[in-house]
Design a protein around this ligand. Structure first.
Ligand code: SF4
Length: 280
């Protein structure tokens, strides 16, 4: 049994909220660099160059990469040999978000009630996903999610007979309908299988997988590669202004499902696919 003080969770999450909003992860930066080289459309190339310049200025001057600093989505993978002390874990996470968004001068974008819509003024509460895993470590992933792209995400409750081609069509439909509204180049997180909520969770988690990593399942890897190719053929391009760089990656997670269903969730993220990861 390992004891972890919840104050350690707060401190890490505070720092990670600031980090994720000012620096893109190495894999995202690398794929953007590659796209600047490979994009042939002059306007598309210009947009990508502007995105690179924006990233450089954000890091140098400590300005958020985007004005929409997102709703804080936190994944906690908790080793089952960990025991937390010092207060409620959920409170510790939200305190980290509160401090991070205050100290980092990040935009507070969360409303307390979805219909009354009064801003909570500290970007809490976060959306927290807990997983119990083996071991005595805690893996924290902080993924602030902008809503330009979140709003373009979709769930399709397909029929088993729709098969793999139906799944591909659903993903392509979501991307085409998102178009410029999702601030492309996008990263496409997909969940296939499970139930209604499980596939949405898998799609969100897929966005945190490095964009240079594929699914370990051979046919899913092929599907990721084929879909990326087809998405980049749509011509939507950087900023939706045309070109061959519409998406950087398609990341697919799968799970067993019911004999009568084929749920597919498509969680779209923009070029500001933020995530900071720490293991404590
Ligand atoms: S979708 Fe992404 S790039 Fe567009 S405004 Fe939101 S966070 Fe910013």
């Amino acid at each position: 049994m390992r004891i972890v003080q919840t104050s350690v969770i707060t401190e890490n999450i505070k720092e990670m909220c600031i980090e994720a909003n000012h620096y893109l992860s190495k894999d995202m930066k690398a794929v953007l660099d590659q796209a600047v080289e490979s994009e042939k459309a002059p306007l598309g190339k210009q947009i990508l160059n502007q995105l690179e310049e924006n990233l450089r200025i954000a890091a140098e001057d400590m300005i958020p990469i985007c004005q929409d600093t997102g709703m804080a989505v936190i994944f906690l993978e908790i080793g089952q040999d960990v025991h937390f002390e010092g207060g409620l874990l959920e409170d510790a996470v939200n305190e980290g978000v509160r401090q991070g968004y205050e100290e980092g001068f990040l935009r507070k974008s969360v409303v307390k009630d979805p219909l009354i819509r009064e801003n909570t003024k500290d970007n809490t509460p976060a959306v927290i996903h807990y997983e119990i895993v083996s071991g005595d470590k805690v893996k924290i992933t902080v993924a602030p999610k902008g809503f330009g792209s979140e709003n373009m995400s979709r769930i399709f409750m397909l029929k088993p007979a729709d098969g793999i081609e139906g799944v591909k069509e659903a993903i392509l439909t979501a991307v085409k309908e998102a178009g410029p509204n999702a601030c492309p180049p996008m990263v496409i997180g997909v969940g296939i299988g499970g139930t209604f909520e499980k596939c949405a969770w898998m799609a969100k988690k897929a966005l945190t997988r490095p964009v240079d990593e594929h699914s370990p399942v051979p046919y899913i890897r092929e599907m990721e590669e084929e879909l990326l190719h087809r998405i980049n053929k749509t011509g939507i391009g950087p900023g939706g202004l045309g070109g061959s760089t519409t998406a950087f990656a398609v990341n697919i997670n799968t799970y067993p499902t019911h004999i009568a269903g084929l749920p597919v969730a498509v969680n779209i993220c923009c070029h500001v696919n933020r995530h900071a990861v720490r293991i404590i």
